[in-house]
Design a protein around this ligand. Sequence first.
Ligand SMILES: NC(=O)c1ccc[n+]([C@@H]2O[C@H](COP(=O)([O-])OP(=O)(O)OC[C@H]3O[C@@H](n4cnc5c(N)ncnc54)[C@H](OP(=O)(O)O)[C@@H]3O)[C@@H](O)[C@H]2O)c1
Length: 342
Amino acid sequence: MKILVLGGTRFLGRHLVAQALARGHAVTLLHRGASARDLFPEAEHRLADRNGDLAAALAGGTWDVAIDTSAYVPRHVDSVAAALAGRVGVYQFVSSISVYAEGAPAPLTEDSPRAQLADPGTEAITGETYGGLKALCEDAAGRHFGPGRSLVVRPGLIVGPHDPTGRFSWWVRRLLRGGEVLAPGDPAAPVQFIDVRDLAAWMLRQAEAGGTGAFNLTGPVGGTTMGGLLEAARAALNPPATLTWLDEATLLAAGVAPWMELPLWLPAAQATLHRTDIARAVATGLATRPLAETLCDTAAWLDTLPGEDAVMPPAQPGGPPRPMPGLDPAREAALLAAWHAR
Ligand SMILES: NC(=O)c1ccc[n+]([C@@H]2O[C@H](COP(=O)([O-])OP(=O)(O)OC[C@H]3O[C@@H](n4cnc5c(N)ncnc54)[C@H](OP(=O)(O)O)[C@@H]3O)[C@@H](O)[C@H]2O)c1
């Protein structure tokens, strides 16, 4: 097959391209060359900034599938559709489970209500607008390609090697550092995330099968909990480490920021994102690898990095970098000391 990847050099796109090439597909990437210039010399690269016009960069060529990992505002989808008119089969749009409206009841299904922006014309990508903008991108995909030629992929938290966001990998680093680890909330609380390689494999199988429709993509298939995750991390990475569980009320009273200071942890009232129905993806072949494999491969990748000073990618393409998530070690020690002294 001929596959066009809009993006392809950072995380999900990078794994998609690697797997597509390994499966014998001809791959074209469109990106700016800013994230990685020398990746995938066997693929065709077209350099362009998708905030501008893509007509010249995408002139010439036909593709069976276009996979768009880097559209954040509907204009991005509009310009791809205009540039490719009549020269692509299926358009796969990488959306997010953040499209669902705040307060949508759990479990989130593909039919749950989606977020609506107060200002649908905004292009400012913030924590508040990200999901609503992705919903507008989905609508644009439907308008341009129709339901018969578009696949909307709604991933939950994506984890694994090359993750630039430092959320899951913060836990990997924390367990590797060892000692007494502050474990947040209820160990029985469900958590969901998907290994980037499992997500990429499902998307490619859909590409090969001509799959269309909207799908939630998270996991692990069969489910895990915060306790299951941290115990698995301890067992796989550093068995002598210990976990001390601090309840939600204590953490919130101390002002600990859910998700960002203790990644993946969400207070029960906000934890809908960890209660996403993936039956539709499972029925179409989603398989997830053992958690220990994701943990060990993430640790091995972290080991290849020069240091811990990587930064999260900008919220807005071209915008300023954001601080990495995670709990400061001194703050963690103080919280644990207060817990033991209570
Ligand atoms: N991480 C998560 O947990 C998560 C969860 C749910 C959904 N998602 C979604 O998953 C997608 C994954 O993104 P990814 O970073 O992993 O994909 P990726 O395809 O690996 O990396 C992003 C690509 O986009 C290119 N790019 C960025 N801005 C561009 C621009 N203005 N013009 C042209 N190319 C541009 C980058 O190359 P250059 O920088 O060289 O241009 C890079 O190749 C995103 O749509 C995100 O919203 C992520």
